[in-house]
Design a binder for this molecule. Sequence first.
Ligand code: RTP
Ligand code: MG
Length: 138
Amino acid sequence: MTTERTLVLIKPDGVARNLTGAILARIEAKGYSLVELKKVDATRELLEQHYEEHVGKPFYEPLVEFMLSGPVVAAIFEGHRVIEGFRSLAGTTDPTTAAPGTIRGDFGRDWGLKVQQNLVHGSDSTDSAEREIKIWFQ
Ligand code: RTP
Ligand code: MG
């Protein structure tokens, strides 16, 4: 069995709405183990590294501004197939249509802003996870 790790971020909307505990509880309840946890005031430099794949997209600048708007919680979770398991638990990107039962589907909605405020981030591949864990947990 391969033990896999993923980077989870609770974005500023999740922290501001006091959903940190509820979100972490769902990940633990699914069976994944918490490895590291911290609250972070992200810097633009850190976010530029984290979101480098999105540079130039129309939502890039609003996304960085959103991520700078308040503290985020960064976590490493571990478990067999945790990368796809967490993304399934998070739900699809748009919280309006994310399936009920998922974090985004149950706790999120469209607030009419320039960027999807969708509560959480999860790495999307083993390469991304390794890269992102280095960025957030140096
Ligand atoms: P994440 O990276 O946060 O886990 O989310 P994701 O894979 O589902 O979405 P991705 O395509 O990687 O986009 C990164 C984040 O950018 C914001 N976004 N807003 N059109 C929009 O308003 C829009 N598109 C993307 C979301 O916060 C998304 O999670
Ligand atoms: Mg993504």
